[in-house]
Design a protein around this ligand. Sequence first.
Ligand code: CP3
Length: 354
Amino acid sequence: MTELANDVLLRALLCEKVERTPVWIMRQAGRYLPEYRELREQAGDFMSLCSNPDLACEVTLQPLRRFKLDAAILFSDILTIPNAMGLGLYFEAGEGPRFERPVRSPSDIKNLRQPDVEKELGYVFEAVRTIRRELNGSVPLIGFAGSPWTVATYMVEGRSSRDFATIKGLAAENPAALSSLLDIVARTTIDYLNGQVAAGAQAIMIFDTWGAALAADDYRRFSLASMQKIVDGLIREHDGRIVPLILFTKGAGPLLSDMAETGCDALGVDWTTDLATAREHVADKVALQGNLDPATLRESPATIRQGVADVLESYGTGPGHVFNLGHGITPDIDPEHLGVLVDAVHELSPKYHR
Ligand code: CP3
């Protein structure tokens, strides 16, 4: 077993006793940091950062040099999988991700092949190994992937969408074709995440950003069912330690109780459900991660501290809480404000663990 100087995140995700609440932030490496913007400028574009293990490592470590964070998260993207399937990912300045060859028809779906992840995504595994070496046992490294449903929304729509018209049309008219698309993405994701674990990822998170765009029954049938396949297919122990698994459906609300039944270890919670309510839904079966509204980071240090205090109080006493925002930090945030948040968690959380 590799020694880890700070394993408070891993213990909290398994609902073990901790001295204080661990904290990390979704998108903690990203555009709100001037040093990130500078490196991206040098690299040319976002995918050049992801596909170069040394640059991906450098970006991953940037926020850890500034803040007392309890984890690093691999710098990559959920769309590396469809890119490896040959859809041609590119980023249009200011427009978000696009695919040159979206998957539209049942025959497009039939023609999809499951990529060899070692061959097509080996650069990600190399980034994981590089980051683990550089972290040198200081804090754990979180690996991740998108949920099959969320990844499929980009594959079918070809870009970010507001209404998901095309993929919802597919769900209504040809649910079997959609299921087979979700299945090939799920199988690839299992190989991909197991590759990350083998390379050294010490916890895994699945981002289901768009699951709550579905009606509850469709959510269970398309999004949750495909995440369940991943939960069942993942390596859950490596190098003598459990590799905790976090599921995050943004806007899950009352669906959190279904998610808690999958066998995952923890659930991400956004700010639209307070943690006290979420805790009732899941009956302490899983740990909870969240859930300060990212907008709070635009406010004064006093307001940020109060926001942290309110989130800690909402979860209450006892183990099983990981502090985070309810969604990713936005590019307009002053990095010093994130420092205020992180310091407040360190200062205010020990009393909930006595
Ligand atoms: O959290 C982290 O620090 C790890 C890195 C990470 C990125 N994307 C880097 C990134 C993670 C975990 C993701 C996940 C991701 N990617 C999700 C799910 C999480 C979420 O936020 O809901 C989604 C939906 C994507 C797809 C994606 N990638 C979009 C929609 C965009 C454009 C976003 C935007 O705000 O313009 C990306 C690009 C992307 N991924 C950036 C970063 C830092 C911005 C790239 C840049 O311009 O430098």
